[in-house]
Design a protein around this ligand. Structure first.
Ligand code: SAJ
Length: 425
């Protein structure tokens, strides 16, 4: 194993490619985004992830990482492309299929093909099938001389901590057969410090889906509590803080909804194959998806007494300290506010420099946080960025604040040293 071709240079593919290059492999990264390819070849990055820019720069300068829009022959092919859902929350495997078909002409006996993308059960076997159907000269029979190896090694890294978790997390590796698992384990052992757990491809696929569904269900529990507490006039942040002092209770934090490309998507892949049985998983999705509408209702309620309120929203990303806006509940809320209110909606998002495509043409102005705070009658805090935690919130007590993350309340109502500001999430 000397050369590795990584298909998809996004939040998973690019850090993986850069770490493999640092480990000493020759890495050929592939992406359909020509601008990203050009940036990477110049030692720059097109996404924000702490320290990724430094790592990519070094990898490119070392000569071990280069990017292109086309695959090349290699010993290992890693597929790290998106797996969104389409109409009816059905998994959309278009990108995985396109990635597979793009590498098929370059494959040779002995090659290892690894799927990192979170995928519905059976996808790794499908990849093998697509390849073999097109390349009759190759085989997945473990005894054949022309065999190729195909496995799933689901990515498990947390955006914001990707570089650390890529190395330190435990990994699950499941091949379409034992030999595929073994070959893939050998590769990951070169850079993973965590445990490497072996299984088959279907269990590996399901395991990743279950991990994210587990988190989704737990966040839904916190979000449901926030609705119940609102009805009962109880402070949900204090409630969770207190309940979490039980040795076996660890309730997560409510928020404006669940975003990102993983937790808001993956549980549907389980619901899709077990629609009658996956009742709790489906309900959790619905609870979390409905939370932005609850926030919008709250904003409507508090603005009733204003003639023409100036509204400022803090944060657009799907969670703290990242620039990723995918499936972000904050974006959904801001968008809806432009429909409900005539005035300009002021938005402050320290991690982006221009209004995202989805919000372009709407009555939104991207401003500095200080300007947003000064201008607003109503402040809607949507993301708990460290940047917003540093604000002295008591200075804004004359404003109406809708705090969807409990950040202001935690800072002003309890002593900071008493409250663990979200570190359990
Ligand atoms: N959230 C809450 N309350 C919480 C925790 C999170 O409202 O207490 C919200 C966040 O604000 C965000 C969403 O949930 O909108 C998801 O954030 P997250 O930090 O829970 O997870 P992701 O989507 O960034 O990453 C997850 C991780 N999965 C698990 O923790 C089980 C990560 O390890 C996976 O690699 C990633 O999904 C993925 O790519 O699948």
């Amino acid at each position: 194993m000397k050369k590795i071709c990584v298909i998809g240079l996004g939040y998973i593919g690019l850090p993986t490619a850069a770490i493999l290059a640092k480990t000493g492999f020759k890495v050929h990264g592939v992406d359909v985004n020509e601008k990203a390819v050009e940036l990477i070849n110049n030692g720059k990055v097109h996404i924000f992830e702490p320290d990724l820019d430094i790592l990519v720069k070094k990898a490119v300068e070392s000569g071990n990482l280069k990017a292109s829009v086309k695959p090349e022959k290699a010993d290992v092919f890693i597929i790290a492309v998106p797996t969104p859902f389409k109409e009816g929350h059905k998994p959309d495997l278009t990108y995985v299929e396109q990635a597979t078909r793009s590498i098929t002409p370059y494959l040779e006996p002995g090659n290892i093909i690894i799927l990192e993308s979170t995928s519905p059960v059976g996808t790794t076997e499908k990849i093998a099938e697509w390849i073999i159907n097109e390349r009759k000269d190759l085989s997945i029979d473990e005894r054949s001389e022309n065999r190729i190896f195909v496995s799933h090694c689901p990515e498990r890294v947390l955006p914001g901590k990707i570089l650390k978790e890529l190395i330190e997390n435990n990994r699950i590796i499941g091949g379409i057969n034992k030999e595929s698992t073994k070959k893939t384990v050998e590769l990951y052992k070169t850079f993973v410090k965590g445990k490497i757990l072996e299984t088959n491809s279907r269990t590996a696929e399901m395991s990743k889906l279950v991990e994210n569904a587990y988190r989704d269900v737990n966040i839904a529990f916190a979000n449901e509590l926030s609705l119940i507490c609102d009805e009962l006039g109880i402070n949900v942040w204090e409630l969770i803080y207190l309940a979490n002092h039980h040795p076996r209770v660890n309730i997560l934090q409510p928020g404006p909804g669940v975003g990102g490309h993983c937790i808001a998507v993956d549980p549907w892949f389980i619901v899709d194959v077990a629609p009658e049985t996956a009742k709790l998983i489906r309900t959790a999705r619905l609870v979390n998806d409905s939370k932005p509408y609850f926030v919008i209702e709250k904003i409507k309620e508090v603005t009733k007494n204003f003639d023409n309120p100036t509204i400022a929203c803090l944060g657009l990303s799907f969670k703290a300290n990242v620039d990723d806006l995918r499936e972000s509940p904050a974006v959904k809320i801001v968008k809806e506010l432009t429909v409900l209110f005539k005035g300009t909606i002021y938005v402050s998002e320290p991690h982006i420099e221009e209004i995202p495509q989805e919000l372009k043409g709407l009555n939104i102005k991207l401003v500095k946080t200080r300007d947003a705070l000064d201008k607003a009658d109503v402040i809607v805090l949507l993301v708990d960025h460290d940047y917003f935690k540093a604000i002295q919130w008591e200075n804004y007590h004359d404003k109406v604040i809708i705090d969807t993350r409990g950040l202001v309340q935690k800072q002003t109502q309890y002593k900071k040293e008493q409250m663990n500001l979200g570190s359990k999430t």
